[in-house]
Ligand binder design. Structure first.
Ligand code: F6R
Length: 606
């Protein structure tokens, strides 16, 4: 959430900062800003809105300088306007900040008493003045050390100083921050995606650390201000040019990419010749694990819920799931023989990371299922299972959801094979079925025209419901989440069998209801629940799979039949029309599909 970039170079930096901010815009897009050092002054340009607008203002001002910082914002304190946009600057210091300063009110009082003036409503401005105050008596390293100690909360910071014309200070607590190395220049970035277009040599700051970067030198310090040595990592460079291609939106591209991304994921884990799932270097003996707890937020939590059904079906493990923001503050009964799995596309979600830290502190077995393998969650878990989807830029998660499902399904199968819940024959048959999935997903991508027409009804309705049972219930939740986040209409996901316990009261004449009823063990039960909503006036969109045996019931508004597959695999196919429904509902209204209002991709505040 929010994006930071800093560049110190031997040539002007504002154009490169703007380019990097464009890459970071998926992390926050309500306002943007840049500050550079030139001719002994801090020069600042800020705007509400997007980086395009910032770029116009920067070129109008002809912003010079070889050292600078930039920011894209997702508002926490203070409305998204130009004044509250970052950087926040005094005459001497300019700061960009991701995160939240929890004691900002107290600090502001202290600084007001000292005569400092505040321009914005943000929590960030206290950092600017606190540094100035500490610099009155201390050298740079000591002033930064002291300032960071005074701050309570989470942050990644980029700071420039009028009197230090060749350097940028970066600091990290909670929110991620990386340093990148280039020829005659060095960089600071809130994620490696923004830095990858400039360098593949990167150092990640650990929690509590700060750094001083100059164009030809970098130094790292721990929270006591003592110098530390850090490793330089070399990142794979094959993702750096990820663009929209011929698609109008990243989301459209990312939906269409799913046959390929799932194929790539399968290739990484399945030995086709031997019909075997390889999970190399799994650090524990499966006999030492009696339960798993799956933890995530939003769409990633829906993956956890889906995995619960699979693990219970395919293994003998006791399975728990949790929403990270709840798990981190509850009085948990930690299980020493439990495996804790953290699911996150970005690998930077603050709540999921905090839940992981809690488990690490309690010496538990931790494993992460992530897309970004250089992320904080990946780096700090005992074992990592990457989903191999490539960058996901659209704020609404699509291909990463299917990737998470695939990795969790493969893990469930492998454990089921090892703990002998699954016979060898069934295990091998299921592996054979998985191989067919990319083709089936590809065939399921062809409902655009129909979904586009159907989607208009969802735009016009007061609200809609998404119902499913068993394997289809997590997908119903995911379908509702996608629709509300993209088209801003109310949508509710519910277990089909729960409707009569309250939500049925919402059904009125013409209300669109999506019923996920594949021809699995739950089909008949779900169809009965569907009849109950039809009887009360609902317009039902039935999403099922193709079948020769079952006739589609009457009185249904619309039907979409996805391809057929093993019951375990149907959730992958049912997801596709729901992703498209959300996409087209947003498109109908001309909404910004890749950057829905009020949201951001990488949620690094709690
Ligand atoms: C919804 C969506 C979010 C994320 C959630 C967790 O489309 O993308 O609900 O799933 O913010 O993010 P990650 O997976 O990065 O931890």
């Amino acid at each position: 959430m929010c994006g930071i970039i800093g560049i110190t170079s031997n040539k002007p930096v504002s154009a490169s900062i703007i380019n990097s901010l464009r890459k970071l815009e998926y992390r926050g897009y309500d306002s943007a800003g840049i500050a550079t050092l030139s001719n002994g002054f801090i020069n600042e340009v800020k705007t509400e809105g997007r980086v395009d607008k910032l770029e116009k203002n920067v070129s109008l001002k002809n912003l010079e300088g070889v050292v600078g910082i930039g920011h894209v914002r997702w508002a926490t304190h203070g409305v998204p306007n130009t004044v509250n946009a970052h950087p926040h600057s005094s005459e001497n210091v300019s700061v960009v900040h991701n995160g939240i300063i929890e004691n900002s009110t107290l600090l502001k009082k202290y600084l007001l008493n000292k005569g400092y003036k505040f321009k914005s409503q943000t929590d960030t401005e206290v950092i600017v003045h606190l540094i100035s105050e500490n610099l009155k008596e201390l050298n740079l390293v000591d002033a930064i050390t002291k300032t960071l100690k005074q701050l309570i909360g989470s942050f990644a910071l980029g700071i420039i100083f009028k009197d230090e014309p060749d350097l940028i200070v970066g600091a990290r607590r909670g929110s991620p921050l990386a340093v990148g190395y280039g020829p005659n220049e060095n960089y600071l970035g809130s994620d490696s995606y923004a830095l990858k277009s400039m360098t593949n040599k990167i150092t990640y700051l650990d929690d509590g650390e700060f750094c001083i970067i100059k164009k030809d030198q970098t130094e790292f310090f721990n929270e006591k201000g003592v110098k530390v040595n850090k490793k330089v990592l070399e990142l794979s460079s094959n993702e750096e040019n990820y663009g929209k291609g011929d698609y109008k939106h990243f989301m459209a591209k990312e939906i269409e990419e799913q046959p390929t991304t799932i194929k790539n994921c399968i290739k990484e884990y399945i030995d086709n010749a031997n019909k075997e799932i390889n999970i190399y270097n799994f650090p524990w003996d499966i006999k030492d694990i009696s339960s798993i707890t799956l933890i995530g937020c939003g769409t990633a939590y829906h993956s956890c819920l889906m995995a619960k059904y699979w693990f219970e079906e395919l293994t003998s493990l006791d399975v728990n799931i949790d929403i990270a923001s709840e798990f981190r503050y509850r009085k948990n009964r930690f299980k020493k023989d439990g495996l804790y799995i953290f699911v996150s596309q970005s690998g930077e979600t603050a709540d999921t990371y905090a839940a992981l830290e809690l488990c690490n502190k309690n010496d538990l077995k931790t494993c992460s299922v992530v897309n970004v393998v250089e992320s904080s969650i990946a780096r700090d878990s005992n074992f990592v299972l990457p989903i191999h989807c490539g960058p996901e830029i659209g704020v609404a998660s699509t291909k990463a959801f299917l990737g998470q499902l695939m990795v969790l399904y493969l893990l469930a199968l492998k454990i089921g094979n090892l703990d002998k819940t699954l016979s060898l024959d069934i295990y091998k048959d299921k592996i054979t079925s998985i191989q067919k999935l990319p083709k089936l997903i590809n065939e399921t991508l062809s409902f655009d025209n129909k979904v586009q027409i159907i989607s208009k009804t969802f735009n016009e309705a007061k609200g809609s419901m998404f119902l499913g049972r068993g394997f289809s219930f997590p997908i119903a939740l995911e379908g509702a989440l996608k629709l509300k986040e993209l088209s801003y209409v109310h949508a509710e996901g519910y277990p089909a069998g729960e409707m009569k316990h309250g939500p049925l009261a919402l059904i009125e004449e013409g209300m669109p209801v999506v019923v996920l009823a594949p021809r699995d063990n739950y089909y008949r039960k779900t169809i009965s629940n569907m009849q109950e909503v039809i009887a009360r006036g609902a317009k039902v969109l039935l999403i099922t799979n193709k079948s020769k045996d079952e006739v589609i019931p009457e009185n249904i508004w619309e039907t979409i039949e996805v391809e057929s597959a093993d019951d375990d695999l149907l959730p992958f196919l049912l997801t596709i029309p729901l992703q498209k429904l959300a996409y087209y509902s947003a498109l109908n209204n001309g909404y910004d599909i890749d950057k829905p209002r009020n949201l951001a991709k990488s949620v690094t505040v709690e």
